[in-house]
Design a protein around this ligand. Structure first.
Ligand SMILES: *Cc1c(COP(=O)(O)O)cnc(C)c1O
Length: 454
């Protein structure tokens, strides 16, 4: 009998998050204030984030203790299983061994509550009463709505109009947990009213929804803003994924040869991969490959420039040094909504720049081919985002078959696709488009980058 699932006890839940900033070859380039051109300080961020998170954002301590109330909330569904994909291996006739870390078991259906819970907790501790955020496809909004409920905070979600209209079930999930959800642009903020004046039928955009949530938080004393990816503290909270997975691989008697995760803003990839990258940074596991998979429609690592850019379309955030397609770049409407972002987490970018990790871009039809093959062998219906990782895992396993290599491939299955069946339906009807990498549009957007002297 071959063991399928590697399960940890609740007592094996990590006690500390891993902060990769302690081990990077060089300190991360600092965020820059777009007005002054100078590095930003804690005071610039204080209207938006609680001090504990601002501290974590710049900390270079290797291990940061997870507060007990956060661990208690994690125990609702953590530790998550590490599963050997035996049926997928058999279908591929590969000598490779494939494992996935299964983050779709959380109440919101993805990895995102790992940071939502931590953020809600620190806000609560500092007397905040209400959180404001944006959501595109609805995954981050539902994670924060769930976390806010656990810590008895109000939660206001600005949901991009087109998703609000087309994806009512994510909205209803957020409302079930007690969040109030408005379509963005809304009449609740001046940014929203200006956008509605300019075009009353606008479908909205993530950049505009960010502007609304930031304005909401900055203009109220009882409210702070919450972001679901990209920032250092977000990726650090997600490292519970990789820390658990390393223990589980030990139980399985395995050492990973290839680590794979999908990247939108970089949080599930960073959370899963950084504890493994720590071994490489310490001079161990030299041959291990770590692969980030992005969509061909928004290929920020493989086709973007490594420069300072705004985090949002509306140019309200600090400037971050990252691989970017340009803040004005609007990714084509692929169904992996969580991967449609112009930039990438600065820590992921620094590792890519140092050639410690690899990146590859895939099209959405081959991605859905992989999703269907996974669903029909392993059973779980993956989120379209996660399916980007599965595509590369399958390709690697097939390469192992050709080469007769028994590699150990481990990937993060970041969420389930139960709210994405509309996309599955279009794929099954052969109605999905592969968008070519929009080189011309990216050139235009990169021409509009802010000038930074550092
Ligand atoms: C949001 C999301 C992503 C992409 O965001 P990252 O910050 O890159 O992880 C990937 N998978 C799922 C299931 C998501 O909900």
């Amino acid at each position: 009998m071959t063991q399928r699932k590697f399960i940890l006890d609740e007592k094996d839940l990590p006690t500390h998050w891993y902060n990769i900033q302690a081990d990077l070859p060089a300190p991360l380039p600092p965020p820059i204030h777009p007005g002054t051109g100078q590095p930003i300080g804690p005071a610039d961020l204080a209207p938006l984030f609680p001090m504990a998170l601002i501290g974590q954002e710049v900390s270079r301590e290797r291990w940061i203790e997870i507060p007990e109330p956060v661990r208690e909330a994690y125990r609702i569904w953590r530790p998550t299983p590490l599963v050997r994909a035996l049926d997928l291996e058999r279908a591929l006739e590969t000598p490779a061994r494939i494992y996935y870390k299964w983050e779709g078991t959380s109440p919101a259906g993805s990895h995102k509550p790992n940071t939502a819970i931590a953020q809600a907790y620190y806000n609560k501790m500092e007397g905040v009463r209400r959180l404001a955020t944006e959501t595109g496809a609805g995954q981050w909004g539902s994670a924060l709505a769930f976390a806010a409920r656990l810590f008895d905070l109000e939660c206001k979600v600005y949901m991009v109009r087109v998703s609000y209209d087309q994806k009512p079930y994510r909205r209803i999930l957020m409302e079930t947990w007690g969040a109030s959800v408005v379509a963005s642009p809304s009449t609740d903020t001046s940014a929203g009213r200006a956008a509605l004046n300019a075009d009353p039928t606008t479908p909205g955009s993530l950049g505009l929804a960010i502007s609304e949530a930031v304005e909401d938080a900055a203009s109220r004393d009882d409210t702070k803003y919450s972001l679901g990816s990209v920032l250092n503290h977000v990726l650090m909270h997600q490292t519970v994924i990789g820390l658990e997975a390393k223990k589980q691989l030990q139980l399985a008697g395995e050492e990973a040869d290839v680590i794979v995760g999908c990247v939108g803003g970089g949080s599930n990839f960073g959370g899963f991969a950084f504890p493994f990258v720590a071994d490489k940074l310490a001079g161990r596991a030299k041959g291990m490959r770590v692969v980030a998979v992005e969509p061909m429609a928004a290929p920020s690592l493989t086709k973007g420039s490594y420069v300072y850019d705004f985090g949002d379309t509306a140019m309200t955030t600090p400037l971050l040094k990252m691989h970017t397609l340009g803040h004005s770049f609007m990714p084509p409407p692929i169904h992996a909504g969580g991967l449609r972002y112009h930039g990438m987490a600065p820590s992921v970018c620094a590792l890519y720049d140092a050639k410690l990790i690899e990146a590859v871009a895939v099209h959405q039809n081959p991605t859905f081919d992989a999703a269907i093959q996974f669903a029909r062998t392993e059973g779980h219906v993956p989120a379209p985002e996660s399916a980007h990782a599965i595509r590369i895992v399958i390709d690697e396993a097939l390469r192992c078959r050709e080469a007769g290599e028994a590699k150990t491939i481990v990937f993060n299955l970041s969420g389930h696709g139960h709210f994405d069946l509309g996309a599955y339906e279009r794929y099954l009807r052969r109605d999905l488009e592969d968008y070519e990498y929009p080189a011309e549009k990216v050139r235009e957007a990169l021409a509009g980058l802010p000038k930074v002297a550092v």
